[in-house]
Design a protein around this ligand. Structure first.
Ligand SMILES: *Cc1c(COP(=O)(O)O)cnc(C)c1O
Length: 372
């Protein structure tokens, strides 16, 4: 097919070029300050992002995985403890638990929303369970009320993996303020993306916040006085300065994603694809727009041939990864997650796109469904 426009799945050049002047001046501000780690920019970003999420504290860290790992360490969750995790998530959720020395215990999702099923949680709780790590997958908030009620009944911490959900709302409240603590990633492709790695924890828990400020910085509150064996995982001044500028545009960018998702919903209705299910209490951040079909691989090929970029999130669930072969899960152990992984396809989504491009993607999808 010639003359077809190329539509990228993600285009970080276009996305970040819209912030060129503020990013340039942020760079100059940091360069001229001569201060690069834990300074004015990260202090200011922490206040601004805590305020954005509606939480009391924000602690900047090196990346999203460290944010989740540090929360577990901060709550003294480690060897011998179990943490419930979604069976379908990005592997980082599980790795955070493994880093802490604890044991990830997978729980199946609701097929429609792809998020943790509150009704399956109780059966997975044992005397060793210490926390539930909830993921707002694809930017869709998980059903937090029943999960938090269950956690309270069993004395468990609720930790949000909000790496895909900057700005998503559950019953009007922002992700990052819905559990005991939340981990965010500012990996470049996330809704709020840095120009490198970055992450943050948000929490209302004063003790946890203080502990994490020590843990992220070699276990030291006063320079060269080390209270415990900490880590080096900090959000640097440059990334914090960039994020401060991009945070100002996050609601606008999310509104754009939401408009595109609405257009996808309209144009893809009735084609026989499974579209994202959005409960009435959810305002997703639309990190990804996914469709499901048993003909996923054919559909992806069809779109690739027409110059349309797609991705699979994710091709292999964590329990079937070689990295977790030690847990001994066979194929078929988590059938709902496995069928999501086999059928899901992420369409182009992000503020680099306009409605016109969504229309082109949808017409290619219509061609496909009429042919098969
Ligand atoms: C991106 C992501 C992470 C990890 O974030 P990094 O900053 O890449 O370490 C964790 N969980 C989920 C669900 C993610 O999408």
């Amino acid at each position: 097919m010639t003359g077809q426009p190329k539509i990228s799945f993600l285009d970080l050049r276009t996305i970040n070029n819209r912030y060129q002047d503020p990013l340039d001046s942020a760079f100059r501000r940091v360069l001229e300050s001569g201060w690069f780690i834990l300074g004015k920019e990260s202090d200011a970003f922490e206040l601004e992002f805590a305020d954005y999420c509606g939480s009391k504290h924000c602690i900047g860290v090196g990346n999203g995985l460290d944010a989740l790992h540090l929360i577990l360490r901060g709550f003294d969750i480690g060897p011998g403890d179990e943490v419930l995790v979604p069976a379908n998530t990005y592997i980082a959720t599980w790795l955070a638990v493994s880093y802490a020395g604890a044991h990830p215990v997978p729980v199946e999702p609701i097929s429609g929303t792809c998020n943790l099923d509150p009704e399956r949680i109780e059966a997975a709780i044992t005397p060793q369970t210490k926390a539930i790590m909830v993921v707002h997958l694809y930017g869709q908030p998980a059903d937090m009320d029943p999960i938090c009620t269950m956690a309270r009944r069993h004395g468990l911490k609720v930790i949000e993996d909000a790496a895909q959900a900057h700005g998503a709302r559950y019953k009007g409240r922002r992700s990052g303020s819905l559990g005991d603590a939340a981990g965010f990633s500012f990996y470049p492709g996330k809704n709020l993306g840095a120009l490198g790695d970055g992450g943050a924890v948000t929490t209302n828990d004063d003790r946890l916040a203080e502990r994490l400020r020590v843990l992220r910085n070699y276990g030291s509150k006063i320079k060269y006085h080390n209270e415990e064996k900490g880590y080096n995982t900090r959000l640097d001044e440059l990334q914090a300065a960039f994020l401060r500028e991009k945070l100002k545009g996050l609601d606008g960018d999310n509104a754009c994603r939401s408009k595109l998702a609405g257009r996808y919903n309209e144009l893809l209705a009735g084609l026989g694809l499974t579209l994202p299910v959005v409960p009435e209490w959810a305002e997703p951040a639309w990190h990804l727009y996914t469709v499901r079909t048993p003909l996923r691989d054919d559909l992806q090929r069809h779109l690739t041939e027409r110059g349309i970029g797609t991705m699979i999130h994710y091709p292999i669930p964590p329990h079937l990864q070689r990295a977790y072969a030690d847990l001994g899960f066979a194929s078929g152990t988590f059938p709902i997650s496995e069928s999501i992984h086999n059928e899901i396809l992420s369409l182009p989504m992000g503020p680099h796109l306009g409605e016109r491009q969504v229309e082109v993607v949808c017409s290619a999808l219509r061609d496909f469904t009429q042919r098969t």
